[in-house]
Design a protein around this ligand. Structure first.
Ligand code: CUV
Ligand code: SF4
Length: 635
């Protein structure tokens, strides 16, 4: 079988052909062989929550309308949705928890990480009400880690500290009134699994509210906690120039790809790759090239300038270049098929986490106390593998695009402070108020085999920029936009509407960049969606309105992961109009679909989901929403 027209990434067609010639199947081949996909599953109306099942509901109303226990379509859809959001939140919470453990171990001298960002450490401590006076950085870091641990050990009635310390006060009050404030992330996950098990909650509305609460668990116990701790440990990102796409691999070098989400090991791999250049040269290479896939890629791009190899859907094709000596993976979004692909080349697939092993891969366990040894060993495995590379099998696509990344809130405010030191947000807000910037949209999330790779991201963003909507991006969306050339000053000249172009040019000049700011600001990985939340909080505070009143929106055009469901729910809870470009499995229930996309969500939370599978129509929907919010603000 041959597949075509699956991606707009120019590096894909040639490599796909190579994969087929090498006798390999990819995600797109498997997607084709899955067609047609199960209609019950697509609508969310099947249940496997007990062993009397599986049960399914006839969506046409002729067959069964209830499962064996009596569960109807509304209950199945609501229960499945909460379980998905819980799965996503669990991934982020586990990630954040590992970062906290690393910070604690570093602070007590047990893990070889240096605490790089003392200013961020103090800022986070300040928000938590921890006094910073006279404390050295290790003492303060230990206390911040202990405050995070306290959330996980919270057996009382008080809400999660990380939430109350970082979320907008107006939101905390709103969520409190609705009874949605989470207490302890682990406990909320346990409760949600219990609530959705056979014969517990059968009220779809109660389950929807629990899903919103899970969004908050994700947003603050996962995203915000992970970002804060990673910034403290590894530094808060600031703008950095690099490249994106598989052309960043180099046949003359040892090529190491780091893939996954948690930067605890990859930061060290970057360090050791630099230290062991000489060993690579001794092995006959000109040095070592690193490149990232998925959110680990975003993390090391922002803080270390490591180029992006590619995003989720093309991870297999990265290996089919035949030029990757080691693919190092941690957790999340790692295709099990990678082992089949690496088996066809000299590439070493290296798993590192106890919960993420792949049969056929070499497992080099991540041990926080010995992380230097682990990283050194991994780099040496890559250098050894390089010696076995078959030049006949190498085909590196020529495609690479320049990217400017690393726009943390601190960096954005820093750039704006060059225009107005006392009131950095004023120039931005003034330009929103006068209409030069119509509004802003966070374009985030994954690739999904149901969508031509990167096509929705690019078409949507082109239309938004043309209409003077500023875009911020994270996750695999940021990769997509990077590969397509949107993370550059040149893109401002090419794609931004006239008034947006003028503002970005003025800010870029004033910030001393000698070029416009890019029209799409790369704000990081998926957990760094917390940065977008912080930016919204700051804008709302400056204007003295609620986040839900701002002329902004979010979009996950090509999302696939349960994590995206959790993040999207958090965004809606924050009051953000949140577009989805892939239909979530909720259409089997009018109650659930209606509540999430209609007035119920909007009245309670100020935000709602908006599902639209056509990029231009989606852009128009987002723009209409932004205009509506502007009108209500009287601007
Ligand atoms: Ni966290 S979740 S595919 S966007 S990394 Fe990309 Fe990244 Fe996975 Fe989705
Ligand atoms: Fe069927 Fe009810 Fe069991 Fe689900 S919980 S599988 S609907 S009997």
């Amino acid at each position: 079988m041959s597949v075509k027209d699956v991606s707009i990434d120019p590096a894909v067609p040639g490599l796909l052909e190579k994969a087929e010639n090498d006798g390999l199947e990819t995600v797109w081949h498997r997607f084709a062989s899955q067609q047609p996909q199960c209609g019950f599953g697509l609508l969310g109306i099947c249940c496997r929550n007990c062993v009397q099942g599986p049960c399914r509901i006839d969506p046409f109303g002729e067959g069964p309308q209830k499962g064996i226990c009596g569960a109807n379509a509304d209950l199945m859809v609501a229960r499945n949705l909460l379980r998905s959001a819980t799965g996503g939140a669990a991934a982020h919470i586990d990630h954040a928890y590992e970062a906290v453990e690393a910070l604690y171990q570093a602070a007590v001298g047990k893990a070889p990480y240096e605490i790089k960002d003392e200013a961020k450490l103090k800022a986070v401590a300040g928000k938590l009400g921890i006094s910073v006076d006279g404390k050295d950085k290790n003492t303060l870091a230990r206390e911040v880690a202990e405050a995070a641990f306290a959330d996980f050990a919270n057996h009382g009635a008080a809400p999660m500290k990380w939430l109350t310390a970082t979320a907008p006060a107006e939101r905390v009050e709103t969520w409190g009134k609705l009874g949605l404030l989470p207490k302890n992330p682990d406990r909320e996950i346990r409760t949600a699994m219990h609530q959705t098990s056979m014969g517990v909650d059968s009220d779809p509305v109660n389950l929807i509210l629990a899903t919103v609460k899970m969004g908050l668990v994700d947003g603050y116990g996962g995203l915000h906690l992970a970002t804060d701790i990673q910034d403290i440990l590894f530094g808060t990102p600031s703008p950095v120039v690099s490249d994106a796409n598989l052309g960043v691999l180099d046949a003359d070098y040892v090529n190491i790809i780091i893939h996954g989400h948690v930067p605890l090991l990859s930061e060290k791999v970057v360090e050791w790759a630099r230290k062991l250049e000489n060993e690579a040269i001794a092995a006959g290479a000109r040095g070592i090239k690193l490149a990232g896939i998925c959110c680990t890629g975003n993390e090391v791009l922002m803080r270390q300038g490591v180029p992006l190899a590619t995003n989720f859907l093309a991870q297999e094709l990265a290996v089919t270049t035949g030029a990757v000596d080691a693919m190092v993976v941690d957790v999340q979004c790692i295709m099990p098929s990678l082992a089949d692909i690496t088996a066809c080349y000299h590439t070493k697939l290296i798993t590192t986490m106890p919960i993420a092993k792949v049969p056929g891969a070499e497992h080099v366990p991540f041990d926080i106390e010995k992380v230097d040894e682990t990283a050194r060993q991994i780099v040496r495995i890559a250098i050894e593998a390089f010696k076995n590379r078959d030049p006949e099998k190498v085909r590196i696509p020529g495609h690479r695009s320049k990217v400017v990344a690393g726009f943390s809130v601190e960096a954005v405010v820093g750039a704006l402070a060059k225009l107005n030191a006392d009131n950095p947000l004023k120039p931005l807000v003034d330009n929103i108020a006068n209409g030069n910037i119509l509004g802003a949209c966070g374009v985030v999330g994954c690739n999904n085999a149901k969508v031509v790779q990167d096509s929705f991201h690019v078409a949507l963003v082109k239309e938004l920029l043309k209409n003077n909507v500023l875009v911020v991006a994270t996750g695999c969306a940021a990769h997509a936009l990077g590969k397509a050339g949107f993370l550059t000053p040149e893109a401002t000249l090419q794609y931004a509407g006239d008034s947006l172009k003028a503002v970005l040019t003025a800010v870029g000049e004033a910030a001393g960049l000698k070029a416009p700011l890019p029209p799409v600001l790369h704000m990081g990985s998926c957990v760094d969606n917390s940065r977008i939340g912080d930016l919204l909080k700051a804008l709302a505070a400056y204007l003295n309105v609620a986040v839900k009143d701002l002329p902004v929106a979010a979009s996950a055009p090509e999302y696939q992961h349960e994590k995206a469901i959790a993040i999207g729910t958090w965004a809606v809870a924050l009051g953000v109009f949140t577009h989805l470009g892939v239909v979530p499995p909720v259409l089997g229930s009018q109650v659930v679909a209606g509540a999430l996309t209609g007035e119920t969500a909007e009245n309670l939370l100020g935000g709602k989901f908006y599902v639209e599978t056509d990029p231009i129509a989606a852009a128009q929907g987002i723009i209409a929403h932004i205009k509506d919010k502007r009108a209500k603000l009287g601007i």
